[in-house]
Design a protein around this ligand. Structure first.
Ligand SMILES: Nc1ncnc2c1ncn2[C@@H]1O[C@H](COP(=O)(O)OP(=O)(O)OP(=O)(O)O)[C@@H](O)[C@H]1O
Ligand SMILES: [Mg+2]
Length: 226
């Protein structure tokens, strides 16, 4: 039985879909040990949540067992953006699990996308950063590694809050989302250094919202950033 249903899933248009496919295949060919992947950025609004969710969807529809973890405990958009309807009586999220108010079983949800499960963020808590330092978070990642091919983790911007730097060293790789013509190189380098300092394996950069002549925006994936 499904636990939750996405009421609003739109197939990305051609340019975006192509860029997303190249992101997915680049990750898949970057090594078999890359299972837990974190997405962050310098500033708010650069497109982390969009890209990480669409990547999880793309992995799942290509036959990879994938879980999307909404680790933005401060400003999650997932429920509203994808018009999630809840088919369980009560559903918890990551903040419930990390603060020992729920088990993994309580918060891990099957969705109406085959191969795609999700852990929602749960309600806002006073100190999200501290929760990611809890041993429960390490246990969560270890368990999800065993259950899924890919664990895609969406986090808040590193230029604003430190959460991603706490989570990144626990993951196999980090991907930085940069909005074209928005984030300057100094800010990007500073975030890169922050991630390196904590021992994160930076896999690459997604340059997002690249203006194209005909139809709005799309994103591009740049393999090597180091
Ligand atoms: N490639 C794109 N083309 C057009 N619009 C985009 C693209 N990527 C993201 N957006 C839009 O930009 C806005 C911000 O995207 P998103 O919520 O994914 O950013 P975010 O980095 O997760 O933000 P936050 O830092 O607040 O978590 C949304 O309205 C989203 O639809
Ligand atoms: Mg976001």
């Amino acid at each position: 039985m499904l636990d939750i249903e996405f009421g609003n899933l739109q197939e990305p248009e051609y340019g975006r879909r192509e860029a997303l496919n190249s992101l997915r295949t680049n990750i898949q060919f970057s090594g078999s040990g890359l299972q837990t992947l974190l997405f962050t950025s310098c500033q708010p609004n650069e497109g982390k949540s969009t890209i990480s969710f669409e990547l999880a969807y793309s992995m799942a529809t290509n036959g990879k067992k994938t879980v999307f973890v909404d680790a933005d405990l401060r400003k999650s958009v997932t429920i509203n953006r994808y018009k999630i309807t809840n088919q369980r009586k009560r559903i918890g999220g990551l903040s419930h699990y990390l603060s020992m108010q729920a088990t993994l079983d309580d918060v891990l949800c099957h969705t109406n996308v085959e191969n795609m499960d999700i852990i929602l963020s749960g309600p806002y808590t006073p100190n999200p950063t501290a929760l990611f330092n809890e041993p429960a978070f390490d246990v969560l990642l270890q368990t999800l590694r065993k259950l899924y091919d890919y664990v895609i983790i969406d986090t808040p911007p590193l230029g604003a809050v430190i959460d991603a730097a706490v989570i990144a060293p626990k993951c196999d790789g980090a991907i930085l989302v940069l909005e074209a013509n928005m984030t300057n190189s100094r800010a990007a380098i500073s975030v890169k250094k922050q991630l390196e300092l904590v021992g994160s394996n930076i896999l690459g950069v997604v340059l997002n919202k690249v203006p194209v002549r005909s139809s709005g925006y799309y994103y591009q994936y740049y393999g090597e950033y180091k």
